[in-house]
Design a binder for this molecule. Structure first.
Ligand code: UT7
Length: 364
């Protein structure tokens, strides 16, 4: 369903530029548009996921660093993770997931009006990974940009897309979360290298007049904790030099225990807040799809909500922590396993570097 600002081929048509009107007329026009887009919400029309074929098991990790399968499984729940091939970039992973989501939605790719990529491991500093993906999909000149919110990136992207849909700018948006974390992992640091994996998940978001779709999304950030989970070098603050490389500052650093404590509290609080705000009880939630960092964080959330663990969708034992990609890959797998039924309320919760955290509730 093309919006007022989008023609049938998904090509952008700005009414303001075309009309070259006065500010007063523009104001009247935008009131007209907002009146006509009232009651629009966002539904997930299609989902897709891609994980590389190379499986790296805990037993293999035992040969790489001083760790054990027992330590990794009891402290995190992770048994194995996927690793992208050397010639596979984040945008390549994103492309597979995007194609799967577009096919699942059953739309013509030319209906897509905006491409968003949430990632903490972009192909390069710029151009954006979203532009690389747009080129691979052959969708120029559709706008495309990246979202940097680490593990909360998918929910930040969902909120951005939801706003563009609700204000009538776009009727179809492709949101992809993709990570090649293996490229920014220090494979000699046992405290981080056992945790992360590569993968991509995607959704096609569509304007709907039906009550089903996004119910609410909450986003939070606190930059005062930026040092406890980060990649210090490679940006303007610390360009890469031989000295930086020698100190491994181009890789992920995390104060695991500190992040763990903050993650437990922040995720529980933001989930309780969204449930209370929308007057939804935990028992009404059919499926919780949390960020997949650590089973202990997820079981603490289950305890606080008084929900059994089987209400949560978990796949971190197979993939580890895929940062922004964790939630949409889990969503695609939950759908494939017939865990989601029309009318179900699905709760999402994420936490990650920034610090950023977020929650969302949708009706499937
Ligand atoms: O996705 C973004 C958000 N990220 C998260 O939410 C991750 C949050 N953090 C965590 O999940 C946990 O803190 C970790 C899984 C990273 C670590 O678990 P922990 O129970 O907090 O362990 P710890 O860091 O306190 O380390 C306990 C011990 C230490 O040894 P000592 O000092 O007690 O002798 C570590 O050196 O475990 C040691 N250790 C390991 N031992 C074997 C750390 N990594 C390993 C390892 N294998 N891979």
């Amino acid at each position: 369903m093309p919006s007022a600002a989008e023609n049938t081929k998904g090509k952008q048509v700005s009414p303001f530029h075309e009309c070259n009107t006065s500010p007063l007329i523009q104001l009247a026009f935008s009131s007209l548009i907002s009146a006509s887009v009232k009651n629009i919400s966002t539904r997930i029309a299609g989902v897709g996921a891609y994980t590389p074929s190379r499986v790296l098991t805990n037993q293999e990790m035992e040969k790489m660093v001083d760790t054990t399968h027992e330590w990794i499984t009891t402290r995190t729940g992770i048994q194995e993770r996927r690793i992208a091939a050397p010639d596979e970039a984040t945008s390549d992973l994103a492309l597979h997931a995007a194609r799967a989501a577009i096919s699942d939605a059953g739309i013509d790719p030319r209906q897509i009006g905006l491409i968003l990529v949430a990632t903490a491991s972009p192909d390069m500093l710029f151009p954006s990974t979203a532009c690389m993906l747009q080129q691979k999909l052959g969708l120029a000149p559709v706008p495309a940009f990246d979202i940097s919110a680490a593990c909360s990136g998918f929910l930040y992207g969902l909120q951005i897309a939801h706003q563009f849909i609700c204000n009538g700018t776009h009727s179809h948006i492709l949101l992809v979360s993709a990570e090649k974390l293996s490229a920014i992992t220090n494979w000699k640091d046992r405290s981080t290298c056992v945790l992360f994996g590569d993968g991509a998940g995607a959704v096609v978001l569509e304007a709907t007049h039906n009550s089903r779709g996004v119910i609410d999304i909450l986003l939070r950030a606190d930059g005062s904790y930026h040092e406890i989970l980060r990649v210090p070098a490679g940006g303007s603050a610390m360009p890469v030099t031989p000295d930086v490389i020698q100190q491994n500052l181009q890789f992920i650093q995390m104060s695991g225990k500190e992040v763990f404590k903050l993650a437990v509290t922040a995720m529980q609080d933001i989930v309780e807040e969204i449930l209370e705000k929308n007057q939804i009880s935990p028992q009404e939630i059919a499926c919780v799809i949390p960020h997949q960092a650590n089973t202990r964080i997820i079981s603490a959330l289950a305890d606080r909500l008084g929900l059994p663990m089987d209400r949560f969708f978990l796949n971190l034992h197979r993939y580890g922590n895929m940062s922004a990609a964790s939630i949409p890959v889990a969503l695609a797998e939950a759908k494939a396993e017939a865990r989601l039924h029309p009318g179900d309320k699905i709760l999402f919760a994420a936490f990650g570097g920034g610090l950023t955290w977020a929650s969302a509730i949708i009706e499937w």
